[in-house]
Design a protein around this ligand. Structure first.
Ligand code: SF4
Length: 312
């Protein structure tokens, strides 16, 4: 039997912001006891959510569903100030799991608007992270989703325009949108450090490294995970068929038919065990050689909020 090659993208799977958010809910459950309420999915992954639910976390869409005095965790994608104010007004025991790299974008939104600039946010309408960032300057941020949108942006003073981005966008597409904005607004200013986070860009670079050599790419991640979806698009743009799968149960046998080189990766919210399960499945089908050539080493860690920090 021929040996199938698996090109394993590296880095892949959990980022520091996701690990921190999950740890926050785990610590809250241990320290406060169940139930601990979580506003929205703590991270965009159904396995993570189901696992925490089984341990006593209760996921809600809005704060109305949280009883008075209860503990509520804000998800990694961040919240608008209106949500913070509503929680404070009800004296809820709030623990904020917003990723510090999302919090940085919120700070920039306030700072850029505060200096009198029109703020253009590059991102996807309806995504929770975008809702939170827009809420920092109500009615004062223009959302741009594509290069085509750039022509429609209306600003009072074209010399005073700044841009921000969602943290989980396609690096290449965002670069094109920023270039189009700069062409329209030559004085455009942006963040000192890119808003697309290290985890998003590393996972895209790692996949770029392997996708061209693979006949098929499998991306572990949930359908509402922005960075996972960008990985599927990236592989497909390069001409490699790619599928987003929640777990090994969604891997269709026909995709593998006649395929001897498979690329495997996982979005930043997908647990590493999901990749292990795919590898185990492939090994069960025949001999497999796994090749992994990391394009970056990630050693980012974030401190925990005081509300759950052990010993604080
Ligand atoms: S993908 Fe980036 S911004 Fe989002 S939680 Fe992970 S590190 Fe933070």
């Amino acid at each position: 039997m021929d040996v199938r090659t698996v090109l394993l993208a590296s880095p892949r799977s959990f980022c520091a912001g996701v690990e921190r958010a999950i740890e926050i809910v785990e610590l809250a459950l241990r320290q406060r006891g169940a139930p601990v309420y979580v506003r929205r999915q703590i991270v965009h992954n159904t396995h993570v959510v189901a696992d925490l639910e089984a341990r006593g976390a209760v996921f809600v869409s809005e704060l109305d569903a949280v009883p008075d005095g209860a503990c509520v965790v804000f998800a990694a994608h961040g919240v608008s100030p209106v949500v913070r104010e509503a929680a404070a007004a009800r004296d809820l025991d709030v623990i904020d799991a917003t990723c510090p790299l999302v919090a940085k974008v919120h700070q920039e939104a306030r700072r850029f608007a505060g200096r009198g600039d029109t703020v253009v946010l590059i991102g996807h309408s309806g995504h929770e992270e975008v809702e939170g960032t827009l809420g920092e300057v109500p009615g004062g941020i223009v959302l741009v989703e594509s290069e085509a949108d750039v022509a429609t942006v209306k600003v009072p003073d074209p010399r005073r325009v700044s841009y921000l981005t969602q943290t989980t966008l396609s690096v290449s597409e965002t670069g094109r949108i920023v270039a189009a904005l700069r062409e329209r607004f030559p004085a455009l200013r942006g963040p000192a450090v890119e808003d697309i986070c290290y985890a998003t860009s590393n996972r895209q670079a790692a996949l770029t490294e392997i996708a061209g050599r693979a006949e098929l790419v499998l991306v572990l991640g949930s359908a509402n995970s922005s960075n996972s979806r960008r990985l599927v698009e990236l592989a497909a743009e390069g001409g490699t068929p790619a599928h987003l799968i929640e777990d090994v149960g969604e891997l269709r046998p026909e995709w593998l038919s006649g395929v001897s080189v498979v690329g495997v990766t996982a979005g930043a919210s997908a647990p590493p065990r999901l990749v292990d399960e795919v590898l185990a499945h492939l090994r069960g089908l025949g001999p497999v050689e796994v090749v992994e050539e990391p394009v970056a080493v990630e050693n980012v860690t974030f401190t925990l909020p005081l509300a759950v920090r052990p010993g604080a």
